[in-house]
Design a protein around this ligand. Sequence first.
Ligand code: ZN
Length: 269
Amino acid sequence: MPEGHVLHRLANRLKKDFRGQALQVSSPQGRFAESAQLLDGTEIVSAHAHGKHLFIEFEAARFVHIHLGLYGKWRFSSVVEGEAPDPIGQVRLRLVSDSEVADLSGPTRCALVTRDEVDEVIARLGPDPLDPQEGDRARFINEVRKRRRAIGELVMDQSVVAGPGNIYRAESLFRVGISPFRKGANTSRTRIGQLWDDLIVLMEDGVETGIITTIDPEDAPAELIEGDAEASRFYVYHRTGRPCVVCGTPVSEQLVAGRRLFWCSHCQR
Ligand SMILES: [Zn+2]
């Protein structure tokens, strides 16, 4: 599943390439046809992501709420000589500008909603490190502190913090040295605050570059390691049994709540 930075990049792209002109809006697959008809010929006013949710605002305060889930994806292509290419696969939503096509396929959710419904979705989510508002850092600290669940699970809980997925979870906890098994309630406010700050640093880099790289250059191996390419990008993610680049202890892996969790048992306490 894409992590939050992907949705923020999509929102930026939709604003940059599609805003401010009447769009052809359709649902080649048909499942969004009625809503698409309402939007057809109108303009995108804005696009905004919160965590893994994407909201596209059209004229007349009509919003499309999208969650990609596990299989959803956007495909962008060019309009050539006034012709949009044929849709590939099951395209739920198609946006066509003068020059570009955006095709959405396989989302968990793609629905026309009101501004109130957008607000309700966001209210159920935790703060987003990619859109930090005043008080969000303290809110994150409080949400973690009041729970007895392991912090490794809390960082993946979208009602605690919106956006991080499995990679940012593993890597940010390593970088601040917190064991993923430490209970939220037993983690100091200082350390939880450091975790929030690091999520912002890592995820902003993801928005900028489009790829997740979490290892500091001075910690990365000088050359690509055969069979351990991840060591050039990550500290622990997908590096089970490989030596921790900081201390040499083999990286651990365990299935937690159905997701693979990676950590260094020496560096993280
Ligand atoms: Zn280590």
